[in-house]
Design a protein around this ligand. Structure first.
Ligand code: ZN
Length: 344
């Protein structure tokens, strides 16, 4: 029985997702810094209209006034829509230069909040707040026209009572160019957009219907977002590639699932757990006399809710098997039945 990382799970307070998909992303994290009586409140991404963002925060008992800093990965609106208003209202927004340029507000921002990577450098490090440093590194993401988007992954290093707490945040990329296998992440946020087979099915369907727009869209997703298969490979590694060091990881949050509705969050969750178990990456930790299985895997729905019922994943696998076997009219009916079941 490994007893690793049990204390570190309390380096973070609340983690609340306000939305997670191409329809809008925002993730609220409380960081308990060393020497501070109250947590540092961080919002990663703000991909909603300002009003909608405040509404979603309020719904979760949170106030935008209490957020100490905002961190944004790239200019796409599902990640950055509230940036202009936040800057206008004097909030501390950290984002790549391209985000502020996109909204024409570069001159209104404090220079230490503008993130750039020097040519020939792999990454940049900046101070988010006292006891919190962030490493930004470039990811592989595309615009609708096929050109590259400047999109950053972040490693947030917070000095907490139990030592350094490392948070990885990666979304909107189809792989990670850099080897991060030597970093012991405590908390991981990583995109798990869709299964390759769903996207390939969607591309073929669009081709058959002669729908060029959809064909290009799904093809872009295929080369611009993390497929579940790649998310898993990145987490646990392959023969050719080292996976992450998960020996101190307590939480894995799977984010930015496809909004198309043809992806089953329960199947994603069970696939990830299954692989972690097979690769012996799960460990037991003890805290206050209770035994926990670690890391825990959480999947966010597009409205920010976490999926809980693990028992449903068996049902989900069965339905997915049926879907693969069934014709598309049958598939639609099954999805309908499944969705109403979930609602109840
Ligand atoms: Zn994007």
């Amino acid at each position: 029985m490994k007893m690793n990382g049990g204390n570190k799970r309390y380096a973070l307070g609340k983690v609340v997702c306000l939305g997670s998909s191409s329809e809008g992303n925002a993730y609220y994290i409380e960081i308990n810094r060393k020497g501070y009586p109250t947590p540092f409140n961080l919002l990663i991404e703000c991909g909603f209209q300002y009003k909608e963002l405040t509404k979603r925060l309020l719904k979760n008992g949170l106030s935008i006034r209490k957020i100490d800093a905002f961190l944004v990965t790239h200019e796409h609106h599902d990640h950055s829509l509230a940036v202009p208003k936040l800057v206008e209202y004097g909030k501390k927004v950290f984002a790549p230069k391209s985000v502020f340029e996109h909204y024409g507000i570069l001159d209104q921002v404090n220079v230490n909040q503008i993130i750039t990577i020097k040519p020939n450098k792999k990454s940049t490090t900046f101070r988010l707040a006292d006891e919190i440093d962030v490493v930004g590194f470039e990811l592989e993401h595309k615009n609708n026209d096929g050109s590259m988007t400047f999109n950053l992954g972040y490693i947030i290093k917070a000095n907490c009572d139990f030592g350094l707490h490392r948070i990885l945040f990666v979304t909107d990329t189809y792989y990670i160019r850099y080897n991060l296998s030597n970093i012991k992440f405590n908390t991981i946020f990583i995109e798990a957009n869709n299964f390759a087979r769903n996207l390939i099915f969607s591309i073929k369907e669009a081709q058959a219907k002669g729908d060029k727009f959809k064909e290009i869209h799904f093809d872009r997703v295929l080369h611009s977002h993390f497929l579940v298969e790649n998310t898993i490979k990145t987490l646990v590694g392959t023969k050719k590639m080292n996976g992450f060091d998960l020996s101190e990881t307590d939480m894995i949050y799977l984010i930015h699932l496809s909004a198309s509705g043809n992806v089953n969050p329960y199947e994603i969750k069970s696939k990830v757990y299954e692989t972690l178990r097979k690769k012996r990456k799960l460990r037991t930790i003890e805290h206050k006399g209770k035994i926990f299985l670690s890391p825990k895997v959480y999947v966010f729905r597009k409205n920010g809710e976490i999926i809980w019922k693990l028992i449903l994943s068996i049902q989900a696998l069965f339905i997915t098997w049926l879907m693969k076997k069934g014709k598309s009219y049958l598939k639609r009916d099954i999805i309908k039945i499944y969705k109403t079941k979930l609602k109840n």
